[in-house]
Design a protein around this ligand. Structure first.
Ligand code: HEM
Length: 131
């Protein structure tokens, strides 16, 4: 079995029949891991659509966890996950401490198989008045 190139959807191709996981994956089938289904499962994350940064407190957030799969898992998990987390932290810090921002109009969001905004995402951004 082998995994595809990096993408937000991990796929595994099965060149021959595979029964290792307890499920039978027929030869030639592709198994697709849709991580957003895990991240939006209310049994794992209470009110998954609510913005709640504190939800992560005390959770297992290492790459490869079965309840946090942003960076995939297994031997092909994201090689840049720590770098990406650092860059995102720096970006968010500067965004919220330097700028005021708000939605300029509601945007449609599609969450599965991968989050995207089919009609765009519109924001008002201005420098904080005290900066
Ligand atoms: C928010 C940012 C990122 C996300 C959400 C992300 C997510 C992922 C995911 C889901 C995979 C597939 C894992 C799997 O198949 O199980 C992957 C693979 C990979 N990512 Fe990232 N990634 C991010 C940023 C980066 C950055 C910044 C780098 C490099 C500097 C990077 C390098 C790689 C590489 C090299 C792989 C392939 C690993 C392999 O096939 O052995 N990623 N990433």
């Amino acid at each position: 079995m082998w995994k595809s190139k990096a993408s937000s959807i991990s796929t595994v191709n099965s060149p021959k029949e595979n029964k290792r996981t307890g499920y039978t994956i027929p030869a030639g089938w592709m198994v697709m891991v849709i991580s957003s289904v895990v991240h939006l499962d209310p049994e794992i994350y209470e009110n998954p659509f609510e913005f709640n940064p504190w939800r992560w407190e005390g959770k297992e957030l290492r790459s490869g966890s079965k309840t946090f799969m942003v960076f995939g898992g297994g031997i092909r998990q994201c090689a840049g996950s720590e770098y990406a987390r650092l860059q995102i932290s720096i970006f968010l810090h500067h965004l919220v401490t330097t700028y005021d921002f708000s939605l300029s109009k509601d945007s449609e969001v599609v969450r599965v198989p991968s989050p995207f905004f089919p009609n765009g995402f519109f924001m008002n951004i201005s420098k904080c008045s005290n900066k």
